[in-house]
Design a protein around this ligand. Structure first.
Ligand SMILES: Cc1ncc(COP(=O)(O)O)c(C=O)c1O
Length: 457
């Protein structure tokens, strides 16, 4: 095995099953990203734009959505399933334009959760930027502002479906003149970060049945959790939802869609969990069997896998600016980054998210050390210790001419941007977008004036 091949395997690059298929190393041990025959040297980009640096890859989103649609459509056909597959992107996962527009251009639809997200949809709609066939699902608590925007867009011709999420919304949304959805709380225990056995979202099966016929009911929706790490846990709630669906369909003939929500996991620790194809096959068969048994037509299948689509489409790069010896721990060194986990990658702190960390330079270095990573804020919680294990990175003695080690945190495209903050008034990373060989700056590094302004200075 060549040295380069060894390190490519060591850092788990170029492996589609863990979403690193477009990452590779060049002969100098620098991290590169391939978009077809375009190649971007991430090390050179950090030299040009500085660190911390967020890099978004819209082409990754486009490819993933195309493949998802292909897989669903292939298996619908193979199983002679009568309904369609419809993808809805949950905007909450990443509302940045460079994430949403590629999805729309590939034929994706949207799911929104607030009046402000819907307002963005309204703007695109009014600018005539949508195919009139696009569908929008509205989840989340319905404030008056949200409700009036839903009605306004419906009156303007958008295919918009508000989802009833609680009993009181029966009154506030019940009079809506368009199609309606209803959210089920499947009440099944699954193994994910959140135990959704007790959830405030959705109606119980009994509550739904107590409603009898709901005018214009089109869709039954559920969403149990994000980052569901066992395949069985993606199917269990669906089985429960299908029990409700077939019964509900008997009293509601307009019902013809089942929405399986989000939750497909990102292998952040780079251990392959299960394939999308295996889940897709089971999803289709589960719905088909339940309907055939109950002699109910096959519904269209809606899916809101958000992280699955967009997490791999962004990486966040930091420089190591100093180090400190750790006396008694599994790790030997603190490596201090020039950004903040607590600010830029908030889930590190909030839900102890694990990440795949790869050197951007010196990735084929022979000597490595066990590290914990610390953020630049003065907060002792601003760190990433890989769940108390360690992160293996090149030793600083390996670096030539006082050069800094740069590290890439992969799969940062889901949730982190909207959760980001300014603890210790640190500036957010510069952000660039890479597509078709063109590099665009989406966000410059904030100046002290700009950060101060956000705090009323
Ligand atoms: C209703 C709904 N759909 C979809 C998603 C996306 O989930 P994920 O990113 O795990 O696919 C969420 C996330 O919380 C959600 O609340």
């Amino acid at each position: 095995m060549t040295k380069l091949k060894f390190y490519r395997n060591f850092w788990k690059l170029n492996r589609p099953e863990i979403n690193t298929d477009y990452y590779d190393l060049n002969k100098d041990g620098q991290l590169v990203v391939n978009e077809g025959n375009y190649q971007y040297n991430l090390y050179e980009l950090t030299k040009k734009f500085g660190t911390p640096l967020e890099i978004a890859f819209p082409f990754v989103i486009e490819k993933r959505l195309r493949e998802l649609m292909l897989l669903f459509n292939r298996w619908l056909k193979n199983y002679h399933y009568k309904g369609k597959f419809i993808y809805h992107y949950p905007m909450k996962v990443n509302q940045n334009k460079e994430f949403v527009l590629p999805i729309i251009s590939e034929g994706g639809n949207l799911e929104v959760t607030s009046a402000n997200e819907l307002w963005l949809v309204k703007r695109l709609w009014e600018q005539g930027q949508f195919n009139t066939k696009i569908r929008v699902i509205c989840n989340g608590p319905k404030t008056n502002q949200y409700l009036s925007l839903i009605s306004e867009l419906r009156d303007k011709g958008l295919q918009i479906t508000p989802i009833i999420e609680s009993l009181d919304e029966i009154t506030s949304i019940g009079g809506f003149r368009g199609e309606l959805g209803i959210r089920l709380d499947p009440d099944v225990k699954i193994r994910a970060h959140w135990d959704k056995r007790v959830t405030r979202f959705g109606l119980s099966a009994a509550e739904i049945f107590s409603l009898g016929r709901v005018r214009n009911l089109k869709l039954l929706h559920y969403h149990t959790s994000t980052q569901i790490e066992y395949q069985e846990d993606m199917i269990k709630p669906l089985k429960k939802a299908m029990e409700v669906y077939v019964k509900l369909r008997k009293t509601n003939s307009s019902l013809d869609m089942i929405d399986i929500g989000g939750g497909f996991p990102v292998p952040h620790e780079k251990i392959p969990l299960f394939s999308a194809e295996s889940v897709i096959k089971r999803v289709i068969r589960t719905i088909q069997k339940a309907c055939d048994r109950a002699e109910v037509p096959h519904p269209d299948i809606l899916c809101e896998w958000g992280s699955y689509l967009v997490a791999p489409a962004q990486t966040t790069i930091y420089s190591i600016i100093s180090e400190k010896t750790i006396a008694h721990a599994t790790a030997k060194k603190w490596y201090i980054i020039d950004g903040s986990f607590m600010n830029d990658l908030k889930d590190t702190w909030a839900i102890h998210q694990k990440w795949h960390v790869v050197p951007v330079n010196y990735a084929s270095s022979l000597k490595m050390t066990r590290t914990w990573l610390a953020g630049l804020s003065c907060d002792s919680d601003d760190k990433y210790a890989n769940g108390g294990k360690y992160i293996l990175l090149p030793r600083s003695e390996e670096l030539e001419n006082g050069e800094r080690l740069r590290i890439a945190v992969l799969d940062t495209g889901a949730y982190q941007d909207a959760l980001a903050s300014h603890h210790c008034l640190l500036s957010s990373p510069t952000k660039i977008i890479i597509q078709n060989g063109v590099i665009t700056v989406a966000r410059k590094r904030e100046t002290p004036e700009e950060v101060g302004r956000e705090f009323g200075w």
